[in-house]
Design a protein around this ligand. Structure first.
Ligand code: ATP
Ligand code: MG
Length: 343
C-alpha cells in the first residue's frame, strides 16, 4: 500500500526552564493512503503531541527531531509558510480541545468560509454553496440558519460536526481526529464515528483516530498503535491486537474494556498511573505497573520488534521473544539478554 504519511524516530523535548524533558522518545508510524489507524493509550501517553509535533503545532518550547514525511514532503524543519499551506489542505486535524479549532468570536459561516478561501480559493456564491453542502454532509439541519450562529450557541455534538466540516473544507488526504467523541453521550458518539467512517471511505481519506478507548478504535481502525510514556509499545492489525495482544499494557487495556456480551462484571483496571515524562524509570516505562515484570525490566529498555505470525505486528517487551533489549543499564548486558525467554 502506498504510504501517505511516514513518521520516523520522532522525538519531542520540552524546554521547562531548568531542564529539557523528553516527552516523545522516537516514535515511528506509517499511515497508508485511505487507511484508518487507531492510536490508543491512557491520558498522558503522548498521543496528542505525536500529531501536534508532526503538524508543527507545538510552539517554540518544543524541540523536535526525526522525520515526518507527508506524501514525500518533509515537515520537520519546514517553514511556517509551507506548513500552514499543508495544514488544513493536505492534512487536517480535529483538535481534542474544541476551542483550538473553533473561534468563539466568529460565526460558523465565517469560519468555514475562511477555510474554503484559504485552501480552495473559493469566495462569494461558490463558497456559500460549498459551506451549505459541507454542513449538510456532516448532518447539520437548518444549515442556512446555523451559518449565522456562534460556536457557543450549539451543543457539543453539533460543534463536533462543525469541526469535522471545517476539517473537510480543505479536502485533506489525511484527517487526524483527536478524541473526537470523548465529551459526547453514547448515541451522539456512535453517530460521529459513523460519519467519520463514511467520510473517509467516500473521499478515500486516511484517518488517524486518537482515543484512550480501545473499544472505539476497534470498530473503526484497520491497524492500531498502542502508546505508553511517549513510545509506541505495540502495533498490529486490529484483529491481531485483539486475538494476540502481546504487551502486558495492551492486555491490560483489553481487560479494561466493558464486556457487552457476557454477564456484567467489574471493570478491570491497570493498577497505578502513567508517570510524567520527567519521572520515567530507567528500563521499561511500564515495568513499575507490570505484573510480569522481572528485575531485568527495571534496567533494560525494550526495542519495538516484530512478533508472532502476523505481518506488521511489533511489540516492545523483553519477555515476548529473545534479544529484545534496545539499551540496558545493566553492567553485563550479554549475560542478561541471554537469559530472556519467550513469554
Ligand atoms: N507544551 C507542553 N509542555 C510540557 N509538557 C507537555 C506539553 N504538552 C504535553 N506535555 C506532556 O507530554 C505528555 C504527553 O501529552 P499528550 O497531550 O500527548 O498526552 P495524551 O496521550 O494526548 O493524553 P490525553 O489522553 O489526556 O489527551 C504529558 O505528560 C504532558 O503533560
Ligand atoms: Mg491528547
Amino acid at each position: 500500500m502506498e504510504t501517505q504519511l511516514s513518521i520516523r524516530d520522532l522525538t519531542v523535548d520540552f524546554d521547562q526552564g531548568r531542564q529539557f524533558v523528553r516527552a516523545l522518545h522516537g516514535v515511528s508510524l506509517d499511515v497508508a493512503v485511505g487507511e484508518t489507524i487507531g492510536v490508543v493509550g491512557e491520558s498522558g501517553c503522548g498521543k496528542s503531541i505525536t500529531w501536534l509535533a508532526a503538524l508543527g503545532l507545538l510552539g517554540k518550547r518544543a524541540t523536535l527531531s526525526g522525520s515526518v514525511k507527508l506524501a514525500g514532503t518533509e515537515l520537520i524543519g519546514a517553514s511556517e509558510k509551507q506548513l500552514s499551506s499543508l495544514r488544513g489542505g493536505k492534512i487536517a486535524m480535529i483538535f481534542q480541545d474544541p476551542s483550538s479549532s473553533l473561534n468563539p468570536v466568529h460565526r460558523i459561516g465565517h469560519q468555514l468560509g475562511e477555510s474554503l478561501r484559504l485552501h480552495r480559493g473559493m469566495t462569494g456564491e461558490q463558497a456559500s454553496a460549498e459551506t451549505m453542502r459541507l454542513l449538510d454532509r456532516v448532518g447539520i439541519a437548518n444549515a442556512r440558519q446555523r451559518l449565522n450562529e456562534y460556536p457557543h450557541e450549539m451543543s457539543g455534538g453539533m460543534n463536533q460536526r462543525i469541526m469535522i466540516a471545517m476539517a473537510l473544507a480543505g479536502e485533506p488526504d489525511i484527517l487526524i481526529a483527536d478524541e473526537p467523541t470523548t465529551a459526547l453521550d453514547a448515541t451522539i458518539q456512535a453517530q460521529i464515528l459513523d460519519l467519520l467512517r463514511e467520510l473517509s471511505s467516500e473521499n478515500g481519506m486516511a484517518l488517524v483516530l486518537i482515543s484512550h478507548d480501545l473499544g472505539v478504535v476497534a470498530d473503526m481502525a484497520e491497524r492500531v498503535a498502542v502508546m505508553y510514556c511517549g513510545r509506541v509499545i505495540e502495533t498490529a492489525s486490529t484483529d491481531a491486537i485483539f486475538d494476540n495482544p502481546t504487551h502486558p499494557y495492551t492486555r491490560g487495556l483489553i481487560a479494561a474494556l466493558p464486556d457487552l456480551e457476557g454477564p456484567k462484571r467489574r471493570l478491570a483496571s491497570i493498577p497505578g498511573t502513567v508517570p510524567p515524562p520527567d519521572q520515567l524509570p530507567p528500563g521499561c516505562s511500564f515495568a513499575p505497573r507490570c505484573t510480569h515484570a522481572t528485575p531485568l525490566c527495571d534496567v533494560a529498555l525494550p526495542a519495538l520488534l516484530p512478533v508472532g505470525p502476523d505481518a506488521g505486528h511489533s511489540v516492545a517487551c523483553i519477555h515476548s521473544g529473545p534479544m529484545r533489549v534496545e539499551k540496558s543499564k545493566a553492567p553485563a548486558r550479554q549475560s542478561v539478554t541471554a537469559e530472556l525467554e519467550p513469554a
